[in-house]
Design a protein around this ligand. Sequence first.
Ligand SMILES: [Zn+2]
Ligand SMILES: [Zn+2]
Length: 118
Amino acid sequence: MPVKDKTIYPPYWKQFSEFIRFTRAEGYCEDCGIPNGFRRENGAVVVLTVAHLDHEGGPCECLVTLGKKCAKPSHVAALCQKCHNTLDAPARRINAAATLAAKLDGQRGLLKLAGGAR
Ligand SMILES: [Zn+2]
Ligand SMILES: [Zn+2]
């Protein structure tokens, strides 16, 4: 089980993360569509995070093959805490990562036209 460690993130992670969350996803969770900064009924404020789809069934194997978290747009999703937790929940991770990857594949067609994704 890999430990979350800042040193395995690329040095330009911050910029990459902002690009994914606010340019590609336009500030909305790429899974459930909730906007960044939205206040839920329980008072919790939505903060988007960038999740690697490196779970079983997901496209990103960089942590395993390279020992690092990558900065590839096609390997990540901008997610709210709730969806990120769902993705990380052991019981649901295989399905969630695969579903999300398929969903993002559709959006990627547009990015490819713009020359953004690889
Ligand atoms: Zn969400
Ligand atoms: Zn990757």
